[in-house]
Design a protein around this ligand. Structure first.
Ligand code: FES
Length: 162
């Protein structure tokens, strides 16, 4: 399994060990490695953490510490529908806060989280590139603009029925 896994996460064990030694065992060298795992899987799976722990002789708890410290890392796969809510300036002044609150209420998850049924993940972004439609959300590749909390509820209903 180890060899396959290292291929999947594009990992050069020798290079990594040298880096680790050079940096006096600093767990910061784990970051590119964890990023690579996340690029491959969409999140950092437990099997990758255990694998790194074994070959790098770093306790798994320490690796979990790095993963949970940096908000860019996820320990769970993203949901089927990825809801990106824009909190950039244009959206902010046009009521993004009420949109975020409606999403939090309707989805029952926080920003950066995925619902237990694996349907929705909620992410916050700085601009979706269509400020004239503020406030804006995107669900997977679809954009919804000029939103009100009520419109958000209707959009989510549509996705729940898909
Ligand atoms: S600020 Fe929201 S789309 Fe640009």
């Amino acid at each position: 399994m180890g060899e396959n896994l290292s291929k999947e996460i594009n990992l050069n064990i020798k290079e990594f060990k040298i880096d680790l030694l050079k940096n006096g065992g600093d767990p910061g060298v784990l970051i590119p490695l964890l990023q690579s795992a996340q690029d491959s899987y969409g999140y950092v799976p437990e099997k990758v953490i255990n694998y790194i722990s074994e070959f790098a002789e770093i306790p798994a708890a320490e690796i979990y510490g790095v993963v949970t410290f940096y908000s860019q890392f996820r320990l769970k796969p993203l949901g089927k529908y990825i809801v990106k809510v824009c909190e950039g300036t244009a959206c902010h002044v046009n009521g993004a806060k009420s949109i975020v609150n409606m999403l939090l209420n309707e989805l029952g998850i926080g920003v950066g989280e995925t619902s237990d049924d694996g349907m929705f993940s909620l992410l916050s972004v700085a601009c979706l590139g269509c400020c004239s439609l503020a406030p804006v959300i995107m669900i997977n590749e679809e954009t919804f603009g000029s939103l009100t909390p009520d419109k958000v509820r209707k959009v989510l209903k549509k996705y729940r029925q898909k």
